[in-house]
Design a protein around this ligand. Structure first.
Ligand SMILES: [Zn+2]
Length: 121
């Protein structure tokens, strides 16, 4: 596949936000205004859907960086790597749930391999 001129991505500054634009044609003021509206709408939608605390939705495993669901401790991939007994225990929502979670997070932070994580039953 050869990248033709029309297939080039350029960075266009829309109200201070760099936006990647595909296409070789220069944009005039009308094009910029229209694109600016699209970007602003997309940003509003994104902000509505994304809770402000993005860190809370990032898998806490170092070097993972995957997103996780709001009420899950880890991303799907890391969760699946935990030993079954740990997953079973961590799935239990009782008065020890927070202690198990902090056990998990302590080990994750200390670099314990996920398949070796152990938590209280
Ligand atoms: Zn992960």
């Amino acid at each position: 596949m050869t990248a033709g001129q029309d297939d080039t991505c350029r960075i266009v500054d829309i109200d201070g936000t760099p936006v990647r634009v595909r296409g070789a044609a220069d944009m005039d003021a009308t094009d910029r205004a229209m694109l600016g509206e699209v970007v602003a709408a997309a940003r509003r939608k994104h902000e509505q859907e994304t809770p402000t605390d993005r860190a809370a939705l990032t898998c806490p495993v170092p070097n993972c960086g995957h997103r996780k669901q709001a009420r899950q401790y880890l991303c799907r991939g890391c969760w699946a790597t935990l030993p079954r007994h740990a997953r079973t225990a961590l799935s239990r929502r009782d008065d020890k749930a927070m202690r198990r979670l902090s056990e998990l997070l302590d080990q994750v932070r200390d670099g314990v391999p996920l398949h070796q994580v152990r938590v209280q039953p």
